[in-house]
Design a protein around this ligand. Structure first.
Ligand code: NDP
Length: 450
């Protein structure tokens, strides 16, 4: 057993060094801080982690790839974007994690996502390592032909670095079925291989049923299991959701299926309050078919309102599901949620809650599920897609959905049990970090110094 003081000093030293080595990457620093803050007891119990420099190795990605993505827009103008793939940790399996296309994407954001992904993937128990990638390309307002040319150029470089046993990317913000289709087509053309190199594929050509639904469904299942520890369930809860993309839409769907009343969604133009209950069919039509904006929903839904410039967290609720992007829920939002009577918060997005907001929620005894546990259903189902591809054996919707439910139950219980074992029952942040970290650390130890 290491002395507690030595452990805290080591964690601080590794963190400070990572900060110096990765300047100007606040999201990555924040993700490191959040994990390191909970690791003291586990590092104290395992002196071998210290002896083998596990922490120092874990904060350093195995490989980082940055590349030029030139393409020609519909007006014939040459555009240049930047592409990224950070292969963070392959101790547990091939690198796995999504691609994000959004103007905010930079190396620090990709690193924070890859670091988080490593622990999330460990929690699924599916034998997948952690990685993440993307580009500062903005698909909004681009024609299908422009998106296709961009994806083809992006894959022309990326294909050298990925493969079904090496690195298996998926979707994330701005990358859905359309983009995965164009990326897959170009990979196949360049390599002459039809393999499960990407997940989130169309169901007619290697995709898995229930993958589209998996992240949002999983987050709501996790919230339901947390509520059960307090003798409650999703039934009858008043729910607010941020975002209106893949995760948010299927969080709405699952919450409604479990008998909750969902009253909000949002996009970057504002948030919508629909007291009668969000109309899922209309939301899907506007967002998935028309690629429209929140205002297009409100125009066709009497009684709903679009609020611009405010924050969705001011709407009173008992359950909040942030499903848009990082740092969207700050301490003022958290205080508003507590005032509004929130009982549970489950992160559908990655790191949507700032550290002080998390503290405020936990301090007010709100059940709080971190994204690396609550949104792990997406990547877990991606791993099921890989299994189906490897076996050339597509499963039914109910087969995949029931595996998803079992996996989410398992993640919930593992986080809860680990928190209890480490003396802080109900602290899902600690439970998720320690459980995920231990699996990765033990595999790294077994592999030697690499
Ligand atoms: P989508 O692109 O499908 O949707 C993103 C939604 O969030 C849109 O409504 C978008 O609005 C909104 N949004 C994105 N960035 C911002 C911003 N800076 N400010 C305000 N609104 C914003 O992405 P996903 O639903 O796939 O991903 C959402 C979150 O979930 C991300 O954090 C992602 O990393 C995480 N996640 C996704 C998984 C998946 O399977 N898809 C798996 C695990 C985590 P607008 O269209 O106006 O930009």
């Amino acid at each position: 057993m290491l002395q507690q003081l030595d452990v805290q000093q080591e964690l601080e030293d590794v963190y400070e060094k990572a900060l110096r080595r990765n300047p100007g990457e606040p999201e990555f620093h924040q993700a490191l801080r959040e994990v390191f803050d909970t690791l003291g007891p586990v590092v104290a119990r395992h002196p071998e982690y210290h002896e083998q420099a596990i922490l120092q190795r874990m904060v350093e990605p195995e490989r980082q790839i940055m590349f030029r993505v030139p393409w020609v827009d519909d007006a014939g103008v040459v555009q240049v974007n930047r592409g990224f793939r950070v292969q963070f940790n392959s101790a547990l399996g091939p690198f796995k994690g999504g691609l994000r296309f959004h103007p905010s994407v930079n190396l620090g954001i990709v690193k924070f996502l890859g670091f988080e992904q490593t622990f999330k993937n460990a929690l699924t128990g599916m034998g997948i390592g952690g990685g993440k990638g993307g580009s500062d390309f903005d698909p909004h307002g681009r024609s299908d032909a422009e998106v296709m040319r961009f994806c083809q150029s992006f894959m022309t470089e990326l294909h050298r670095h990925i493969g079904e046993y090496t690195d298996v990317p998926a979707g994330d913000i701005g990358v859905g079925g359309r983009e995965i289709g164009y990326l897959f087509g170009q990979y196949k053309r360049l390599t002459n291989r039809y393999e499960g190199v990407l997940t989130g594929k169309g169901v007619g050509w290697g995709g898995s049923l229930a993958r589209t639904e998996a992240t949002g469904f999983g987050a709501v299942i996790f919230a339901d299991r947390m509520l059960a520890t307090k003798g409650q369930s999703m039934e009858g809860q008043r729910v607010i959701i941020s975002g209106s993309g893949n995760v948010a839409i299927y969080a709405v769907a699952k919450a409604q299926e479990l008998g909750a009343h969902v009253v909000t969604f949002s996009d970057s133009s504002g948030y919508v309050v629909d007291e009668a209950g969000v109309d899922l069919g209309l939301l899907r039509e506007v967002k998935e078919v028309e690629r429209g904006r929140a205002a297009d929903y409100v125009a066709r839904r009497p009684g709903s309102r679009l609020i611009q410039g405010g924050r969705v967290w001011d709407v009173p609720c008992t359950v909040a599901l942030p499903c848009a992007t990082q740092n969207e829920l700050d301490v003022h939002g958290a205080e508003a949620l507590v005032r509004g009577g929130v009982v549970a918060v489950a992160e559908g997005a990655n790191m949507p809650t700032t550290p002080d907001a998390t503290e405020a929620l936990q301090g007010a005894d709100v059940l709080f599920a971190p994204g690396k546990a609550a949104n792990a259903g997406g990547v877990a189902t991606s791993a099921l897609e890989m299994q189906q591809n490897a076996g050339r054996d597509p499963w039914s919707f109910s087969q995949v959905a029931s595996r998803l439910e079992t996996i989410m139950d398992g993640i919930h219980d593992e986080c809860a049990n680990t928190a209890e074992e480490y003396g802080d029952p109900g602290n899902y942040v600690l439970g998720a970090n320690v459980a995920g970290f231990t699996k990765v650390a033990d595999a790294m130890l077994a592999h030697g110094v690499i």
